[in-house]
Design a protein around this ligand. Structure first.
Ligand SMILES: Nc1ncnc2c1ncn2[C@@H]1O[C@H](COP(=O)(O)OP(=O)(O)OP(=O)(O)O)[C@@H](O)[C@H]1O
Ligand SMILES: [Mg+2]
Length: 255
């Protein structure tokens, strides 16, 4: 089942004559992990933010976005679904979590703002458990600075999943983590997939792609250059740019 469809998505930043994203199209199915890869400045974050409706004011967005069969204004993206049916995971959880509030209260607030009558404290503890914490009551009471980077990232994933969304959008969610913590967070994404959620993830790390992606979209200078299953992209990259990215990864992984 197609969950999200993007057609000819194009983004112009304010006062820019050339688009940062140029007619990008793809489909994301339920239960699929879809990675967007490309070098720095290729338009990955722009694509994800346009879909989420998180671009700065003044950007011009063209094209079509369809979520669960409903046509969405491309200018707004999935803004109205955020926090409920769509979760967004940021690269740097410290920038996202409020230092002044306990992490448990922050997650509970995400639940309460959409479902005022639910037992949100219990939902919060469940979300923390889902994200790998066994001492959930203790973690609930912590302030962000009392947690490690990986713990903070798992808290922000708990915040993204507390309302049981069907789609998760993640912009480089593991790039600020060390390798072993990265592994734990990637495991969590695989668990989300097993539970039927779709994940659209931006990364420039082919190692991450290899570990978790079902499908891959490669972009360069705002344009889609290639799309395929992870096996197609690795085994038989058609575009020279993809070949270059894959070769760099293969060389790096030898060491
Ligand atoms: N707020 C902005 N205003 C104007 N131009 C921008 C803005 N943000 C990004 N751009 C431009 O859009 C293009 C794509 O940027 P984007 O942030 O999407 O790249 P990226 O692929 O996410 O890169 P990275 O891997 O470094 O995060 C770049 O040329 C960038 O300079
Ligand atoms: Mg980026």
């Amino acid at each position: 089942m197609v969950l999200l469809e993007v057609k000819n998505l194009t983004v112009f930043y304010p006062n820019s004559l050339s688009p940062a994203l140029d007619r990008v199209s793809f489909q994301l199915k339920k239960g699929e992990i879809f990675c967007i890869v490309g070098e720095s400045g290729s338009g990955k974050s722009t694509l994800l933010r346009a879909i989420a409706g998180l671009l700065q004011p003044g950007c011009k967005v063209e094209g079509e976005v369809t979520f669960k069969g409903e046509k969405i204004s491309s200018q707004r993206g999935l803004e109205k679904f955020l926090g409920k049916e769509v979760g967004f995971i940021f690269q740097e959880p410290s920038a996202y979590l409020d230092p002044l509030f306990k992490v448990g209260n922050q997650i509970e607030e995400t639940c309460l703002s959409h479902f005022p009558n639910r037992n949100c404290r219990e939902k919060t503890l469940n979300a923390l458990r889902y994200c790998g914490f066994s001492n959930t009551v203790e973690v609930y009471e912590k302030y962000p600075h009392q947690l490690s980077g990986g713990q903070k990232q798992r808290v922000s994933i708990a915040d993204a999943v507390v309302n049981n969304p069907s789609l998760l959008l993640a912009d480089e969610p593991t790039s600020s983590l060390d390798v072993s913590t990265q592994k734990a967070v990637l495991e969590l994404f695989l668990k989300l997939k097993r539970d039927g959620k779709a994940v659209l993830m931006v990364t420039h790390d082919f190692g991450v792609v290899w570990e978790i992606a079902d499908r891959v979209l490669v972009i360069k200078e705002g344009k889609k250059v290639e799309e395929g299953s992870v096996f197609e992209i690795y085994g038989n990259p058609r575009h020279p740019y993809t070949r270059k990215l894959v070769e760099i990864f293969k060389k790096l992984s030898l060491f």
